[in-house]
Design a protein around this ligand. Structure first.
Ligand code: NAD
Length: 296
């Protein structure tokens, strides 16, 4: 079993670290919040006084932090992680951040002969707790194979998208597409309902026709059409509007850097901004259907 340092024990990192403990790894943890740290220590992890202490003398370090600035702060600078980790430690950042920040950290790590991978996840809080996350990695094949020692205990599907940074790009491509699919599915369902159709019947028809997509299959945005979706639970749980908005911001940034044309992604970003500003930031992202007015 491996010695693992885990930094960032929030909604995602907490359950991910617990799964590493359950798999038998020797896990040292750190978070700025002592409550977050205690909830993982209760399951058998060792608490530490700093990110650097958690990362010292480890086979793997996993970070699960809010954004690029937190990742750079934890890894870089005179007192960052890179100043204390062993040369044979594999650094894995699973936060969703901009690809440039991932590449900056990887380049500085490489200068010291230390390996770094980006490995953002898909699957949400439920996937983190169940150990069924998808990891979308960027790094070398060799580091990818090694990372599976720990990623296999937290996820089900482990992908290598390409070199460092590629994991972040693949993740935001997926989430940009998902936002467009959810908005498109919502507008089609609302138009059908406005014209007298039963949303369950319409969903069934589109599911077996050429409009079929993941939202219709597993995540219908109309309350009551599917029993266990966030839509049928007042849009609670699931994937928050504000997290989708964060990913759409990262997608817009990436598109600008590569001069890619993403008109539908830009439209979805605008829709989700309006929805969030309407007080819906903490609802599940399928609540975007509320942006499409129903005929009174
Ligand atoms: P969160 O805000 O619940 O947790 C982040 C944790 O990082 C907090 O506990 C915070 O105290 C800690 N932290 C911040 N700065 C720190 C520092 N310098 N040192 C130590 N700890 C620090 O966020 P989350 O929902 O767990 O998301 C984490 C990452 O995963 C984000 O990048 C997010 O976009 C991504 N993500 C989230 C979901 C989701 O459904 N929540 C799904 C996929 C990906």
């Amino acid at each position: 079993m491996a010695k693992v340092g885990f930094i960032g024990l929030g909604n995602m990192g907490g359950p991910m670290a617990i799964n590493l403990v359950k798999a038998g790894h020797d896990v040292s943890v750190f978070d700025l919040s002592s409550d977050a740290m205690n909830s993982v220590v209760q399951h058998g992890a060792t608490s530490t006084a700093s990110a650097n202490e958690a990362a010292t003398d480890k086979d793997f370090v996993v970070t699960m932090l809010p954004a690029g600035k937190h990742v750079k702060m934890v890894y870089l600078g005179e007192s960052g992680l890179l100043s204390v980790v062993n040369k044979d430690t594999l650094l894995i950042d699973s936060s969703t951040i901009d690809a440039d920040s991932a590449k900056t950290v990887a380049a500085q790590a490489a200068q010291q002969g230390i390996a770094f991978m980006d490995a953002p996840v898909s699957g949400g809080v439920a996937g983190a707790a169940a150990g069924t996350l998808s990891f979308i990695c960027g790094g070398s094949q060799q580091h990818f194979e090694r990372a599976k020692t720990v990623l296999d205990n937290m996820g089900k599907n482990i992908f290598l998208a390409g070199e460092v940074g590629a994991g972040q790009i693949a993740k935001i491509c997926n989430n940009m597409l998902l936002s467009v699919l959810m908005a498109g599915t919502s507008e089609a369902l609302k138009m059908g309902m406005d014209n007298g159709l039963d949303p369950s019947v319409l969903s069934d028809i589109m599911l077996k026709s050429s409009g079929r997509n993941w939202c219709l299959e597993l995540y219908n945005p109309v309350p009551g059409v599917m029993e266990s979706t966030p839509a049928s639970n007042d849009y609670q749980g699931g994937f928050m509007v504000d997290l989708m908005l964060k990913d759409l911001g990262l997608a817009a940034q990436a598109a600008q850097m590569s001069k890619s044309s993403t008109p539908l992604g830009a439209m979805a970003q605008s829709l989700y901004s309006m929805h969030s500003n309407g007080g819906n930031g903490t609802k599940d992202f399928s609540s975007i259907i509320e942006m499409f007015a129903t005929k009174k």
